[in-house]
Ligand binder design. Structure first.
Ligand SMILES: Cc1ncc(COP(=O)(O)O)c(C=O)c1O
Length: 371
């Protein structure tokens, strides 16, 4: 039998049986809309959503009304920019700061604002010799975007220290954390971080696609960006009275099936974090191959590398021909590749389903390919 060796957890995680069962049970036996019905079945869905929100809040150390369900990290990151830039008090002379660790989803919405003349200037946070954001060199800025873990380098950033440094420069700085990769490996504590916004996608941490988490610390400060069902308390020709958070951020029907899967996904994640000894093993083996250049550190959450004289896409195709799935290319993180002077890389990432034999097979094939 041709077994697939899936070494691409950082792109999306395979699903545990508990997540699949919870979604199937919802679809088969419990399906109804939330926030719209009064019958027992609809109320049970309301309870399911409320329970999921409380579980996510506990997971990130927030209050339930600070947790907003979105369709994913990209949606959350774009919405943050839309929310901020559409407030009556928003100033087009503002500045924002990014780093070369960013995923396209984190930085492009801000660059788009800049290219449309809606924000004045972009600063870059410096990276140190380990390619971590240097907390001692945080620029003075109005909005700061922090990638808590790069999807190419896989190192947890010191978010708390970075935010504290940014607040030293400007006490009113608004901080936005992209925790899409970080969430899989480390505990998120939004209170400890002291961030204003935080996002991740549910699918990378073991729940389903089409669902994301957006943490908004101070909901009262912002008028919503989306309008529709479920977010209005009273409406007349002359006036709207909007619901408070989180409803005010959740116009329209929520991705309920995906929400049904998030509690088992969090339970599973908390007891089955990826075994990073597998990454360490792969690192120790690949480092012996002379024409491989490893980009990540031995203790990183992922392993990224390039092969001298071979295009990453070719490596991806060759591994694919042996039923090994890895990610190749620029990984929607062009800036770090540009900084490293390469067009792309090959990334190995593991989930709880991977075994040492998966990694041994991968290493064996890599030795063959690079001969
Ligand atoms: C660091 C980081 N940020 C943001 C995203 C975007 O996530 P999604 O495509 O689920 O919206 C990804 C996905 O690869 C990522 O790795």
């Amino acid at each position: 039998m041709n077994k697939i060796i899936y070494l691409d957890a950082a792109a999306t995680a395979l699903k545990s049986r508990s997540v699949i069962d919870a979604e199937m049970d919802f679809l088969r036996n419990k399906y109804a809309n939330a926030g719209r019905g009064v019958c027992t079945r609809a109320s049970a869905v309301d309870d399911m959503v409320a329970n999921a929100r409380c579980r996510v809040a506990k997971f990130i150390n927030a209050k339930p009304n600070q947790v907003v369900f979105t369709s994913g990290a990209t949606d959350g990151l774009n919405r943050i920019v839309d929310i901020i830039s559409s407030q009556p008090w928003y100033l087009e002379k503002s500045t924002f700061a990014v780093s070369d660790l960013d995923h396209h989803s984190a930085r492009m919405p801000w660059e788009n604002l800049m290219y449309r003349g809606k924000i004045r200037k972009m600063f870059k946070c410096e990276l140190d010799e380990k390619l971590d954001i240097n907390p001692n060199k945080i620029p003075k800025t109005d909005y700061l975007i922090i990638t808590a873990m790069s999807n190419v380098l896989g190192r947890a950033q010191n978010v708390k220290k970075i935010i504290a440094a940014a607040r030293q420069e400007n006490p009113d700085v608004v901080t936005i954390v992209d925790a899409s990769q970080y969430v899989v490996h480390e505990r998120i504590d939004v209170k400890k971080w002291d961030c204003d916004f935080m996002v991740f996608s549910a699918h990378k941490m073991g729940a389903d696609t089409g669902l994301g988490i957006l943490y908004i610390r101070d909901s009262e400060k912002y008028f919503p960006d989306k309008f529709g069902g479920g977010m209005v308390s009273k409406i007349s020709d002359a006036k709207w009275i909007l619901n408070g958070a989180p409803e005010k951020w959740e116009a329209g029907t929520l991705p309920l099936t995906q929400i049904a899967g998030i509690v088992p996904a969090l339970d599973y994640l908390e007891t089955h974090r990826p075994n990073l000894d597998l990454i360490k093993y792969a690192y120790d083996e690949l480092v012996k191959i002379p024409n491989i250049k490893i980009l990540t550190m031995q203790d990183a959450a992922i392993l990224s590398f390039v092969v001298d004289g071979m295009h990453p896409l070719d490596i991806g195709v060759m591994l694919g021909a042996h039923n090994i799935c890895v990610r190749v290319g620029n990984m929607c993180a062009s800036w770090i590749h540009q900084k490293l002077g390469i067009v792309g890389s090959i990334r190995v990432s593991v989930g709880p389903w991977n075994t040492i034999s998966d990694i041994k097979n991968f290493v064996r094939i890599m030795k063959d390919i690079t001969k």
